[in-house]
Design a protein around this ligand. Structure first.
Ligand code: GDG
Length: 495
């Protein structure tokens, strides 16, 4: 199998997509402008989706349509709400869409992140559905539809929609311009049909999604759940052999595309001197007693199983006294969606747990957990990955999980152990991780002990195999596969 590279993807786009506009739609923008006093700073948000799409945008030079969420965003666009990004080396266009606080509350914090997010993840967090939020969700999908239609004009265009914020958008676009070729990638799990039954506006949502030509999920199981849900919920022809759904003359192909990272870039960047220097700084910060280091990095989100892993650390220290005074766990969590009560509860729970564990076990000059609730730069994240004896990804449910892949890509030394929840999409690919049920505290504690005690040779063998896998199954392969599939829908010849 030939390895997909940035260059190969670029060639595919240049040779097969020339003459087409390429428009990405995502809620999150890849660059946020923010006032810091009088100064404007540029921020790169912590998001798996942004991480994955950025290289494809570079290759295509297209337009990314997203919500302008930064305090300085309006002051950095032109008269058409556009700007060229990355700001220091422009490669593509960012088109910002403006939303009021009310629209943001109803569509983003409401339907998307209090409704669909908990509905699609099995974490036993009840979803909240407010009728007024659904009205706003419709309204916002319409705002995005208008922006995309304006960007596409009368030119042949591919539209690539991201995620659960835009379920109604594909149908709106298709009805307004049937020549658009539309794909949608769903970055989170699709639940089984029993769970989905709870969604109050399910027919309208599915009708919207079935405006797509192509609908992608990370793994085949989510595709099957989707087909099953459609079959149970609305009038449509479901072809389970071809993985296609036809409704009102429009056929949607449903396919799995496991997302990934730019492995080569991570590999190279993590070798930089700046990373080595940052490792030294972090070692000093962790203290001399941190002879064994475990790490966790993510957005502060209840799907990521942070309390569960902290309980496992507590259990580890209780049952394995030999690690006391020698083991430090560094939990880095970027604040996320903090206007939603469930996220505020999580933050309090994590803080209380860290406090409790540190109170219970700390002894002269040593405490077991360092919790940093802040956004970090790439150099620091790589340094943290590189100095860890193990990295734990204990998501209760996760579409893919890119942190697991980033940890592996940073380990150019072929050392370090990945402990990975079996409820992530990544677990289907990374067989050489120590796979755990994150709800099982003893099992997780014992995986941590196995990681600490694992012989160097075995660590190396496992890490090498995971690295070989990711070198080939990189984000360019994901992009290349999606785009190749999309090219099959080129209707221009048939008129
Ligand atoms: C959704 C799905 C799916 C984290 N903290 C910081 C930071 N990050 C970066 C990581 C990684 C990304 O954010 C998180 O990606 P994940 O994939 O782990 O998780 P979600 O954000 O929940 O992503 C997920 C993904 O979409 C893609 O389809 O894999 O299943 O839930 O890249 O490194 N980045 C920076 N500072 C931080 O503090 N700069």
């Amino acid at each position: 199998m030939a390895t997909w590279t940035r260059d190969a993807l670029q060639k595919l786009i240049a040779s097969r997509m020339a003459g087409y506009k390429f428009i990405v739609v995502a809620n999150r923008e890849p660059f946020i402008h923010r006032y810091q006093g009088d100064r404007i700073e540029v921020l790169r948000p912590a998001s798996g989706m942004v991480t994955a799409l950025d290289p494809i945008m570079h290759a295509s030079g297209g337009t990314w349509v997203a919500h302008g969420s930064g305090t300085a965003d309006r002051d950095t666009v032109d008269a058409n709400d556009r700007l060229q990004v990355p700001p220091d080396d422009p490669a593509y266009t960012l088109r910002r869409v403006w939303l009021t606080k009310r629209q943001e509350a109803g569509y983003y914090y409401g339907v998307a992140n209090s409704g669909l997010w908990p509905l699609c993840h099995v974490t036993f967090t009840p979803p909240v559905f407010r009728p007024e939020d659904w009205q706003t969700y419709r309204e916002v999908n319409r705002i995005y539809a208008d922006a995309v239609l304006e960007e596409a004009g009368n030119d042949p265009s591919f539209v690539f929609i991201q995620d659960y914020h835009f379920c109604l958008l594909p149908r709106m676009l298709k009805e307004a311009n049937s020549n658009l070729i539309i794909a949608h990638f769903w970055h989170i799990p699709w639940p089984n049909r029993e769970v989905f039954r709870a969604f109050p506006y399910k027919e309208e949502l599915l009708h919207g999604l079935l405006g797509n030509d192509l609908l992608g999920f990370h793994i085949r199981y989510h595709c099957q759940n989707f087909l099953d849900t459609v079959d149970r919920t609305i009038e449509a022809r479901v072809d389970t052999d071809r993985f296609q759904v036809t409704r009102l003359g429009q056929t949607t192909t449903v396919q799995d595309f496991p997302i990934s990272i730019d492995f080569k870039e991570h590999d190279e960047a993590s070798r930089a001197d700046a990373v080595t220097e940052a490792m030294d700084r972090w070692r000093r910060r962790l203290g001399r007693s941190a002879r064994i280091v475990g790490v966790g990095i993510e957005r502060l989100d209840y799907t990521k199983g942070i309390p569960q892993r902290l309980r496992a650390i507590d259990y580890l220290l209780q049952t394995r006294p030999e690690y006391r005074g020698r083991f430090v766990f560094l939990q880095v969590a970027a604040p996320s969606r903090s206007h939603i009560p469930e996220y505020q509860r999580l933050e309090s729970e994590v803080e209380a747990l860290v406090d409790e564990i540190n109170f219970r076990w700390s002894e002269s000059g040593w405490q077991p957990v360092l919790f940093l609730k802040e956004h970090h730069g790439q150099t620091d994240l790589m340094a943290i990955h590189r100095l860890a004896h193990f990295c734990i990804v204990s998501s209760l449910h996760d579409g893919m999980n890119l942190v697991a892949k980033e940890f592996v890509a940073c380990r150019t030394d072929e050392d370090g152990v990945l402990i990975l929840s079996q409820f992530t999409g990544s677990a289907r690919e990374l067989d050489d991780a120590l796979q755990v049920n994150p709800f099982a505290i003893e099992e997780m504690a014992s995986a941590m002990a196995s990681a600490i005690e694992m012989p160097a040779e075995e660590r190396q063998r496992r890490m090498r195999r995971m690295r070989e896998h990711l070198a080939r199954h990189n984000v360019f392969r994901w992009g290349g596969k999606v785009l190749s599939e999309l090219l099959k829908f080129d209707f221009s010849e048939s008129g």
